[in-house]
Design a protein around this ligand. Sequence first.
Ligand SMILES: NC(=O)c1ccc[n+]([C@@H]2O[C@H](COP(=O)([O-])OP(=O)(O)OC[C@H]3O[C@@H](n4cnc5c(N)ncnc54)[C@H](OP(=O)(O)O)[C@@H]3O)[C@@H](O)[C@H]2O)c1
Length: 225
Amino acid sequence: MCVVGASGKLGRYMVRHALERGYEVVGVCREKSVAKLAEFEGRITVFPGATDDRAVIARAVHGCDAVLTVLVPWGVRHYASGTAQAVLDHARPDARLVFSCGWHITRDGQDAYTWTFKAFATVFGRLAKLARVVDIDDQVEACRRVFASDTGWTVVRGSDLEEGDSQGLPVWSRHVGDPVLASNLTRRVDFARFMVEAVENDALIHEAPAIVGRLTPSALAHAGE
Ligand SMILES: NC(=O)c1ccc[n+]([C@@H]2O[C@H](COP(=O)([O-])OP(=O)(O)OC[C@H]3O[C@@H](n4cnc5c(N)ncnc54)[C@H](OP(=O)(O)O)[C@@H]3O)[C@@H](O)[C@H]2O)c1
């Protein structure tokens, strides 16, 4: 299993889950972040480099059954779409590909967002792009390319995140706006678990699950539905 963006918070949780499940793990992260993977020394193979570096990705995903990719909209140089494209182009055609993003990504336009969510996304997106720090539109483009591909993809859409002990596998819905998601909070460790477990869940192929913590009030209120 290859984890692209392994040194970030979500990435390191995914590496831990993957090792616990007995996978042989390969990680890709920026050269300056390799030290953040020190706890896994001797247990994973690290390919240092930008995650949109096609040559690095080609080497890292070679022979992998699954590739988990953290899509991040950092910078204004198409980092997210470049990363997604490199994975789509170089992973084995039959590999399971799982990508992370947020609720703001919509696959079919059927998501229903609150006005506060929309206002925050619009204002934050514009200011961050003006400051040339973050380009949300590029993460949208990255996911558009994934949705259009004929690979075995899943795009996991995270709610707001928090740290803390695991609450178990998050619950999910096809659409933001579903009352089960109303609490809008997931433990990062469980987001990572959902990403790793998606690899062996064929029902999630070509799905874009929006997730929420399984012990949040909205998930508990709708348990069993
Ligand atoms: N944060 C949230 O509340 C939230 C909510 C919903 C969904 N998500 C999704 O969850 C995933 C993980 O997000 P996260 O916020 O928890 O962050 P994270 O796991 O800490 O990951 C951040 C990633 O971005 C990389 N990065 C940081 N600065 C960069 C730069 N200037 N250029 C290139 N790469 C850079 C980091 O690499 P280094 O280790 O090299 O710095 C790391 O791989 C993302 O797909 C995000 O869309 C997050």
